[in-house]
Design a protein around this ligand. Structure first.
Ligand SMILES: Cc1cc2nc3c(=O)[nH]c(=O)nc-3n(C[C@H](O)[C@H](O)[C@H](O)COP(=O)(O)OP(=O)(O)OC[C@H]3O[C@@H](n4cnc5c(N)ncnc54)[C@H](O)[C@@H]3O)c2cc1C
Length: 475
C-alpha cells in the first residue's frame, strides 16, 4: 500500500533492508506493536500501517534515508514525540516513519548570545531545563512538553501558554538545519538576531508539518528568567467578561505571561479525572480564567488588578496562588484538560482562532447555534489560550456511544462551526495544524490561490512528493 502518486521502485523487503544498511538493525523497528505505537499520534483516528520505523542518530543518516526514498519513490513520515492533535505524524499508508527520537542531544547553550542549539529529537522540557540550569528561560511551554520534541514543535509551529508574552515557536527559532527530500542538507543555522540578507527560508519549514523537509537541528533564542510570577484563578459569570478582564489587565500596564480560560464542564471533568485535583471555589461558575503576571514592578500588582475587576463587577471570585504548590495546582486545572477529556470520553477537537475583538460575538453565535442543535449525549467543552484569540472547541460523548455515530454527528456540527468561523474571518487551526484531520476544511481559512501557491511550494522542494504525502492537502 502506498500513495497514488508514488510507484515504489523496490519491494518492501528491499526497502527495509536498505534502511537497516543505513542505520543498523537496532534502529529499524518492525514489531507489529512498535509499528502501531510509532505510526500514530494523539488523534488515534486513523489506523497506523507504516512499513517500518527508522531511528537515525545523525543528520548524515537522515540524508541517506531521504536520498534513498526519493530515488525509489518511497513515502516518508517524519515523526517527533507523537503528541500531535491532527494526525500529522500518522503513517497509515505504508510510509517509512522517520523518527528523530535518537537525535536528542543539546549541543550548546550560549549564555552571552542567549541561544540554545539542539538536535530535533530533544523534548521541549529538556530545553526548558537546560535554559534554567544556565540561568535563563526557554519560553515555549505546552502541556505535552515532556513528550513533544523541538523538531515537532517547529514542524507544527506550536503555540502554547506563553505565546501572549513571548510569541510561538516561530518567534523562538533563530536557525535551522533541514534535510530536503533529495537528501541535501540545508544549513540555515546562523544564530543571528538580525539578518536581512535575502529570503528567510527557514520560515517556510516552520509550520510545514514535515511536508517540505526534515528538521534535524535548531538554534533557539532564550530570554531572561521572568521575575516574581503571580498566578490568579478567577470565576467569571459570562463569556463577555473575559475580553474585559484582558482589556483591564492590558490597560493597567501589567506584564501578562499567560491568559487562559475554561468552562465549567471542562473544570468538572478535570476534577473527576485528575488525582488530587481540588477547586479553589465554593460556588460553581460558568467560566474560569487563569491569569499569570510578571510582578517585576513591585508588590501588590495582582491584588490591585483583581480589586479593580471586582469593583467593576467583571469577576465573581478570585484566588491568588499563595505558594509554589498552589501555583502548580492552579496550572494543573488548565493543563490537564486535554488528558482528562481523553479519559472521560470520545473527543472530537477543533482548535480555532479569531481576532480578540470578534471572540465575544463568535462565542454567542456558537452557543446559540448549539442550543438549537441540541445534540444528544454530547457535551461542548471550551477552553484555550484565549488571550491569543485561540479557542479549543471539544465535542465529548461517553465512551459507550457508537464511535461512527458520534463522529458523524460531531462532524455535521463542526462544518456549521467552520462556516460561522469563516464569517468571522477566523482560522480553523490556531496551533495544532492541518495534518490529515483538517485538510478537507482548509478552504474555510485559506483562499484557492493560497492553496495553489502552497502546492507549488511543495512541488519545488519535494518534486517526487515523498515527504508526508496526504498531509495539509493532497497533491
Ligand atoms: C496534552 C497536550 C497538550 C497540548 N498542548 C498544545 C499547546 O498548548 N499548543 C500547541 O501548539 N500544541 C499543543 N499540543 C499538540 C502537540 O503537542 C504539538 O503539536 C507539538 O508541537 C507536536 O510535537 P511532536 O514532537 O509531538 O510532533 P509529532 O506529533 O510527532 O509530529 C507533528 C508534526 O510534525 C512533523 N514532524 C515531527 N518532527 C519533525 C521533524 N523533525 N522534522 C519535520 N517534521 C517533523 C510530523 O510529521 C507531524 O506532521 C498538545 C498536545 C497534547 C497531547
Amino acid at each position: 500500500m502506498t500513495h497514488a502518486h508514488l510507484t515504489p521502485k523496490v519491494s518492501p523487503a528491499v526497502a527495509i533492508e536498505s534502511m537497516v544498511n543505513i542505520v543498523g538493525k537496532d534502529s529499524v523497528l518492525l514489531d507489529p506493536q512498535d509499528l502501531k505505537s510509532w505510526g500514530t499520534d494523539w488523534t488515534k483516528v486513523f489506523e497506523p500501517e507504516p512499513l517500518c520505523i527508522v531511528q537515525p542518530k545523525t543528520t548524515e543518516a537522515v540524508s541517506k534515508i531521504l536520498k534513498y526514498c526519493n530515488d525509489n519513490q518511497l513515502a516518508v513520515t517524519p515523526s517527533g514525540g507523537r503528541t500531535g492533535l491532527c494526525a500529522g505524524a500518522v503513517a497509515s499508508q505504508g510510509e517509512i516513519v522517520l523518527s528523530l527520537h535518537k537525535m536528542n542531544k543539546i549541543l550548546d547553550v550560549d549564555a552571552v548570545g542567549m541561544t540554545i542549539t539542539a538536535e530535533a529529537g530533544v523534548t521541549t522540557e529538556m530545553l526548558q531545563n537546560a535554559a534554567k540550569d544556565a540561568g535563563m528561560f526557554f519560553p515555549l511551554d505546552l502541556a505535552a512538553k515532556g513528550s513533544c520534541q523541538i523538531g515537532g514543535n517547529v514542524a507544527t509551529n506550536a503555540g502554547g501558554v506563553k505565546l501572549i508574552r513571548y510569541g510561538g515557536t516561530r518567534e523562538q527559532v533563530l536557525g535551522l538545519e533541514v534535510v530536503l527530500a533529495n537528501g541535501e542538507v540545508l544549513d540555515m543555522n546562523v544564530a543571528l538576531r538580525k539578518n536581512n540578507s535575502g529570503y528567510d527560508l527557514k520560515h517556510l519549514f516552520i509550520g510545514s508539518e514535515g511536508t517540505l523537509g526534515v528538521v534535524t537541528k535548531v538554534v533557539l533564542r532564550l530570554v531572561p528568567k521572568p521575575k516574581n510570577l503571580q498566578l490568579a484563578i478567577m470565576a467569571v459569570g459570562s463569556f463577555t467578561d473575559i475580553p474585559k478582564i484582558l482589556q483591564t489587565a492590558n490597560a493597567s500596564g501589567v506584564t501578562i505571561t499567560a491568559f487562559e480560560f475554561f468552562t465549567q464542564v471542562a473544570h468538572k471533568i478535570v476534577l473527576k479525572h485528575l488525582p488530587g485535583a481540588r477547586t479553589p471555589f465554593q460556588e460553581i461558575s460558568d467560566y474560569y480564567v487563569l491569569l499569570e503576571l510578571e510582578q517585576a514592578e513591585g508588590e501588590g500588582v495582582m491584588e490591585n488588578l483583581l480589586g479593580k475587576l471586582f469593583d467593576d463587577g467583571i469577576i465573581a471570585d478570585a484566588t491568588i496562588a499563595a505558594n509554589s504548590t498552589q501555583f502548580k495546582e492552579f496550572w494543573g486545572l488548565r493543563e490537564n484538560i486535554t488528558e482528562s477529556l481523553s479519559a472521560h470520553g470520545q473527543v472530537r477537537k477543533n482548535d480555532i482562532s479569531l481576532a480578540i475583538d470578534k471572540l465575544e460575538g463568535f462565542v454567542a453565535a456558537l452557543q446559540q447555534m448549539l442550543a438549537n442543535e441540541n445534540p444528544k449525549d454530547m457535551d461542548l467543552v471550551l477552553f484555550g489560550h484565549i488571550g491569543d484569540g485561540n479557542l479549543h472547541i471539544n465535542y465529548v460523548s461517553p465512551k459507550s456511544r457508537d464511535s461512527k455515530d458520534f463522529h458523524s454527528v460531531a462532524r455535521a456540527i463542526e462544518e456549521k462551526v467552520f462556516k460561522l468561523l469563516a464569517e468571522f474571518k477566523g482560522s480553523i487551526s490556531a496551533e495544532h495544524g492541518i495534518g490529515l484531520t483538517k485538510k478537507k476544511d482548509l478552504h474555510f481559512t485559506r483562499t484557492e490561490r493560497e492553496v495553489a501557491w502552497m502546492r507549488q511550494t511543495k512541488k519545488m522542494w519535494d518534486p517526487v512528493g515523498i515527504l508526508n504525502p496526504g498531509k495539509i492537502f493532497d497533491l
